[in-house]
Design a protein around this ligand. Structure first.
Ligand SMILES: Cc1cc2nc3c(=O)[nH]c(=O)nc-3n(C[C@H](O)[C@H](O)[C@H](O)COP(=O)(O)OP(=O)(O)OC[C@H]3O[C@@H](n4cnc5c(N)ncnc54)[C@H](O)[C@@H]3O)c2cc1C
Ligand code: SF4
Length: 454
C-alpha cells in the first residue's frame, strides 16, 4: 500500500449527510414537562440524602427535585447553580451512574435511580433558555484576581469571585472560553452550543474581564501577575499528551485523540472530517471511549479500543463502555501495543501483545502477539501538565507527582497563588470536580483578601 492508497482509506463524506446529524444528535434528549413531574415524584426526599454526598459540588438534590415537583423551576435552578454554576453542562456530562444517581436509594429497590442529571437539565435549561439571572454581585471590594485558563475550573472561580465583589480577569490561551466543555467532551453530549451558552450566561454577572489568546508562559509571566493582582488562580488543565511508549516512526495516521476531538468539536460540517476505514484506539478512559464512538459515528467501518487491563480497571464507567459497544465499537482487553507497522510512510497495522496481571498488581506480557489492521491509530492514554510559565522567578511551584500540589483550600506552595481543576494533583478529572475546585478556591481567596489589608 503506498501513501495515496492510505489517504484514500482516510476520507471524509463517508456517510449520507442526514446520517451525521442523526449520529451526533443529543445522546440524552431533554425531559418533557410531564416526564419531569413524573420523575420528580419518584424521589423519596431522603433525610441526609446520599446523592448529595456523592455530588462533588454538594447540590441539595432532594430540595431542587421537590421544587420541580411543585412547578418552581427557577427555585430548582437556584439550588443547583448556587452550588455549581456550570450545572447545565454537568447535567449532560457528569457520569451520574458513579456519582449522584449511583448513590440513589432507589437502586436498592427497583434498580432504577431517580434520573437526577435529566432533572437538573430540565431546571437549568429553563433559566438558560429564558436568560433568567439568579445571582448578583456584592459591593465592589476593590480587589483584583487573575484567573489563568477559562475552562470549568477557571470560570467557576471567576463567577464566584465576581459574585463576592472582586474584579476578575480571565486570561485564556485559546480563542474561545469553556475549556474541554467546548473542545473536548463528546459532541453528542453537548449539542446546541450549550457550552458557549453557559459561558455567556455566567459572564452576565459582570465584573469579569476576558482576555483571549493570552497564554501563560508566552504572553504572560507568573511573577508579573503576582505583582499586578491581589491573587492568582491557575486553572490551565492538562495541555500535553502522554507518549505511546513504542516507536511511532512518524507514520501518517498515528494521531493524538485530543487533537482530533478538538477538530471534531470545532468543525462546521462533520462530513468534512476525514476518518479511516479501520481505526484502533489505545487507552481505557473517557477520551478512548469518545474518540472510538465518534469515529465510528463518522463512518469508520471497524473501530477497536485496546486496553492493557480488564474492564473493571478502565477509567471509563461501565455505562460508557456499553455506550461505545452499542455505537459499534469493539473493546479488546488485556493487550498492549508493541509496534506500529507502516508502508510507504503510512500506518497499516498495529501489533499487540496479550497481557496479564502479575502477583504485585502490575501487568506483564504473555508473549502471545496479534496484529490489527489500522489506517488510523489514536493515542488516548492520558494528558499531562504543561509546566511552561509555572516557574515564578526562582520561587518553586511545588508539584505532587506531575501535577500542581495544593492543600484543601486549593492553595499552592506560592503565596497568593491558588490552583484547581485537572492541573492539580488528587482530582477526579471530571467537569464537576473542576467546578468545585474553582468554587472552593474562590472562597479561600475571598477569605484571604478580606483578612489582608491593602
Ligand atoms: C476527551 C475528553 C472527554 C471528556 N469527557 C468528560 C465527560 O463526559 N464528563 C466529565 O465530567 N468530564 C469529562 N472530561 C474531563 C473534563 O473535561 C475535565 O475534567 C475538565 O474540563 C477540567 O476542567 P479544567 O478547567 O481543569 O481544564 P480544561 O477544561 O482543560 O480548561 C483549561 C483551560 O486553560 C486554558 N489554558 C491552558 N494552558 C494555558 C496557559 N498556559 N495560559 C492560559 N490559558 C491556558 C485552556 O485553553 C483551557 O481553556 C473529558 C476530558 C476529555 C479530555
Ligand atoms: S452536578 Fe453532576 S453529580 Fe452533581 S447532582 Fe448534578 S449531575 Fe449529579
Amino acid at each position: 500500500m503506498d501513501e495515496s492508497d492510505h489517504s484514500a482509506r482516510i476520507r471524509s463524506h463517508r456517510l449520507a449527510e442526514p446520517v451525521y446529524a442523526e449520529n451526533f444528535s443529543d445522546s440524552h434528549p431533554p425531559l418533557s414537562h410531564n416526564q419531569a413531574l413524573v420523575e420528580s415524584d419518584r424521589c423519596y426526599f431522603c433525610f441526609a440524602a446520599p446523592c448529595i454526598q456523592a455530588c462533588p459540588t454538594q447540590i441539595d438534590i432532594p430540595s431542587f427535585i421537590r421544587k420541580i415537583a411543585t412547578g418552581n423551576l427557577k427555585g430548582a435552578a437556584h439550588d443547583i447553580l448556587q452550588q455549581n454554576i456550570m450545572g447545565a453542562v454537568c447535567a449532560r456530562v457528569c457520569p451520574t451512574e458513579v456519582l449522584c444517581e449511583g448513590a440513589c436509594v432507589r437502586n436498592h429497590q427497583d434498580h432504577k435511580p431517580v434520573t437526577i442529571g435529566a432533572l437538573q437539565r430540565h431546571a437549568t435549561d429553563h433559566v438558560l433558555d429564558g436568560n433568567i439571572q439568579l445571582f448578583s454581585r456584592a459591593p465592589e471590594t476593590g480587589r483584583r484576581v487573575a484567573v489563568i485558563g477559562g475552562g470549568p475550573a477557571g470560570l467557576s472561580c471567576a463567577h464566584r469571585l465576581a459574585m463576592l465583589g472582586h474584579q476578575v480577569t480571565v486570561f485564556e490561551a485559546r480563542t474561545k472560553l469553556g475549556g474541554l466543555n467546548e473542545y473536548g467532551v463528546a459532541a453528542y453530549k453537548v449539542t446546541n452550543a450549550i457550552a458557549q451558552r453557559e459561558v455567556e450566561y455566567l459572564l452576565q454577572i459582570g465584573g469579569i474581564e476576558v482576555l483571549l489568546g493570552q497564554r501563560l508562559g508566552r504572553d504572560l509571566a507568573l511573577p508579573q501577575l503576582r505583582r499586578d493582582y491581589d491573587a492568582v488562580f491557575l486553572a490551565v488543565g492538562l495541555g500535553g499528551v502522554n507518549a505511546l511508549g513504542v516507536d511511532e516512526q512518524q507514520l501518517s495516521g498515528v494521531l493524538d485523540a485530543i487533537g482530533y476531538i478538538e477538530k471534531l468539536r470545532q468543525t462546521r460540517h462533520l462530513s468534512d472530517l476525514p476518518v479511516g476505514r479501520s481505526v484502533v484506539v489505545i487507552g481505557g478512559g473517557m477520551t478512548a471511549i469518545d474518540i472510538a464512538s465518534q469515529t465510528k459515528r463518522l463512518g469508520a467501518e471497524d473501530v477497536t479500543i485496546v486496553y492493557r487491563r480488564g474492564p473493571a480497571s478502565m477509567g471509563a464507567s461501565a455505562k460508557e463502555q456499553t455506550w461505545a459497544q452499542t455505537s459499534g465499537v469493539r473493546i479488546k482487553h488485556w493487550a498492549r501495543p508493541m509496534r506500529v507497522i507502516g508502508q510507504g510512510g503510512a500506518l497499516s497495522a498495529v501489533e499487540f501483545e496479550y497481557t496479564r496481571a502479575d502477583e504485585r498488581g502490575g501487568i506483564i506480557g504473555t508473549g502471545d502477539r496479534f496484529t490489527l489492521p489500522a489506517d488510523m491509530l489514536f493515542k488516548a492514554i492520558g494528558q499531562v501538565l504543561v509546566s511552561d510559565g509555572l516557574d515564578s522567578g526562582g520561587e518553586l511551584l511545588e508539584l505532587n507527582g506531575t501535577r500542581i500540589a495544593v492543600d484543601d483550600e486549593r492553595k499552592t506552595s506560592l503565596d497568593g497563588v491558588w490552583a484547581g481543576g485537572d492541573c492539580v494533583a488528587g482530582g477526579k478529572d471530571l467537569t464537576v470536580a473542576a467546578v468545585e475546585d474553582g468554587k472552593q478556591a474562590a472562597h479561600s481567596i475571598d477569605r484571604a483578601l478580606r483578612t489582608v489589608r491593602k
